[in-house]
Design a binder for this molecule. Structure first.
Ligand SMILES: [Zn+2]
Length: 106
């Protein structure tokens, strides 16, 4: 039964930074992200002897981020092909009309 847990790992996993310390939630005070919560290395940045680990609490997991990227890429590709199909269709319509005219004249 343990195999089925992998997809939920991120939701239940405790945040552990690279130096193995438990990260804790802090509040961002930067103007760009005011009052936004993030997980940070308990020791802090490298200058304080920590690893500088950082992740927004409400941020997507890397897996979800990758999924989103892949979906957007697929959507982009689909729109691209749709554009190609559309122009092929218009071309086909134009040559059909041209042939129609030719038939009328013949
Ligand atoms: Zn750390």
């Amino acid at each position: 039964m343990s195999q089925n847990l992998s997809s939920n790992t991120y939701a239940t996993q405790k945040e552990i930074c690279m130096c193995g310390d438990l990260d804790f939630i802090r509040i961002s005070k930067t103007p760009q992200n005011p009052k936004r919560e993030f997980y940070g290395c308990a020791k802090g940045n490298k200058e304080y002897g920590g690893c500088g680990y950082f992740r927004w609490v409400d941020d997507d997991t890397p897996v979800i981020r990758e999924e989103k990227f892949n979906l957007l890429h697929m959507l982009y590709k689909a729109e691209e092909s749709l554009g190609e199909v559309r122009s092929l269709f218009l071309e086909a319509e134009a040559s059909r009309d041209w042939f129609k005219d030719q038939m009328k004249e013949a």
